[in-house]
Design a protein around this ligand. Structure first.
Ligand SMILES: C[S@@+](CC[C@H](N)C(=O)[O-])C[C@H]1O[C@@H](n2cnc3c(N)ncnc32)[C@H](O)[C@@H]1O
Length: 390
């Protein structure tokens, strides 16, 4: 994660700008005085820079929830802030003119907004979830130039590695997204996906709710699959295999193929590791046998006027509100000039989303983007609206 270690944090004037980066406001956390967020805009992307005061130095980095997909934007913003505030940089992993990212890589790297508004596939789509080193994904992409691939990963170094390969090999049929696959499926149109690969997902034996495979996930996967389309799960964990088998069995109109120690055209990094350890590899292929209805969304994520006083909103820190099937957790509250900001976890228990909400002059809005259009997010939004409306 790009960061600067600085001797002492200094504020710029808000709003102000420097080297094409604008800084809109600063929000402080009354429950953790060492932490501040700076609302920043660079290359048309809104996000927060996070200030964390440590014992002898201060850390300035991008906030994890809103961080821009392209690292060079984060680099540019950090350096612009340091310059504008005349910060004394002690150490950093940020390089000047770090726009090493090539045009090809830029157009392959999409943010979630692209899939909520602009994604209209005109050919078969295949999706790989948690592509890691990208060995399997790149093999598929190069073997099927007429198919559009989407690679999902949440591990930034893996994403950067694959983006470099996209550039070197001049790949045009792959879109990369840094996003939680558990939330992503709901954004795809029905019946457009030929194959979904989930190879060696993290087993999360102690926190099964974090697993990629869940009842909601397999239902959404079935909806987006064409008739005859497949979801291929490979795992070395018999626990995960058993759990997934049960989960797939809850679906109607699918067939399941089970294999043990099947070799496929390309072996991933993890697969090689497990093979060397002579572990068994389990393989479930779910074949969809049914055409699915298109989804029609009518989601409204706007707020009524806020009636709670700023002081009362600040007291919502760590407050958890539940509804049937989901929750809103006010993880953090921030104080900002003329208003309050919340960092929330909300939605369903197995696929919560992290979001920011800014309340100023009795008006509330999500920053920088509203929640994903899911039923549980809409329920969570209604509950949040009720809490703020009083
Ligand atoms: C054990 S690795 C396997 C990587 C690769 N598929 C392979 O076989 O070598 C699991 C990968 O899934 C990614 N991952 C875990 N949870 C994810 C999620 N919810 N959405 C997208 N990727 C995820 C991790 O970052 C990690 O790179």
């Amino acid at each position: 994660m790009p960061h600067l270690h600085i001797a002492k944090f200094k504020e710029v004037e808000f709003p102000s700008s420097c080297d094409g980066v604008s800084f809109h406001f600063i929000a402080s956390n009354p429950n953790n005085k060492e932490e501040k967020l700076i609302a920043t805009k660079a290359d048309d992307v809104d996000f927060f820079l996070l200030v964390k005061e440590e014992e002898r130095k201060t850390l300035l980095k991008t906030d994890k929830i809103t961080r821009p997909a392209a690292t060079h934007i984060a680099h540019k913003a950090l350096l612009a802030y340091a310059k504008a505030a005349k910060l004394d940089i002690l150490s950093s992993n940020v390089v000047e003119n770090s726009k090493s990212i090539h045009l090809n890589e830029m157009s392959a790297l999409k943010n979630i907004d692209y899939f909520t508004t602009d994604f209209k596939p005109d050919r078969e789509v295949r999706v790989e979830i948690g592509f890691g080193s990208g060995r399997h994904l790149l093999h598929q992409v190069l073997s099927h130039p007429d198919i559009l691939f989407i690679g999902l990963e949440i591990h930034r170094p893996s994403i950067e590695q694959v983006l470099k390969q996209i550039n070197i090999k001049n790949i045009k049929n792959l879109l990369i997204l840094d996003y939680d696959a558990r939330l992503f499926m709901e954004l795809l149109p029905s019946n457009v996906v030929g194959k979904i690969y989930v190879h060696f997902p993290v087993p999360w034996d102690k926190k099964p709710q974090r697993r990629v495979i869940s009842t909601t996930f397999v239902n959404e996967a079935k909806r987006v699959l064409m008739v005859g389309g497949t979801l291929e799960l490979r795992t070395d964990s018999d626990n995960y295999y058993n759990f997934s088998y049960e989960t797939f069995m809850s679906l109607n109109r699918v067939s399941l193929h089970i294999n043990k120690n099947r070799d496929i055209a390309i072996s991933s990094k993890y697969e090689d590791r497990w093979k060397k350890m002579e572990k068994n590899i389990y393989d479930i292929t779910m074949i969809n046998e049914e055409y699915s209805q298109e989804l029609f969304y009518d989601f409204d994520f706007t707020f009524d006027s806020v009636r709670l006083a700023n002081g009362d909103m600040l007291k919502l820190h760590k407050n958890l509100k539940k509804f049937d099937g989901g929750f809103v957790n006010f993880e953090r509250v921030y104080d900002m000039q003329g208003g309050v900001m919340f960092r929330l976890a909300m939605g369903s228990f197995d696929r919560p989303e992290n979001l920011f909400v800014i309340v100023k002059d009795k008006k509330a809005h999500y920053f920088p983007i509203p929640p994903l259009k899911s039923k549980s997010n809409l329920e969570a939004h209604k509950l949040l609206n009720k809490v703020l409306h009083g």
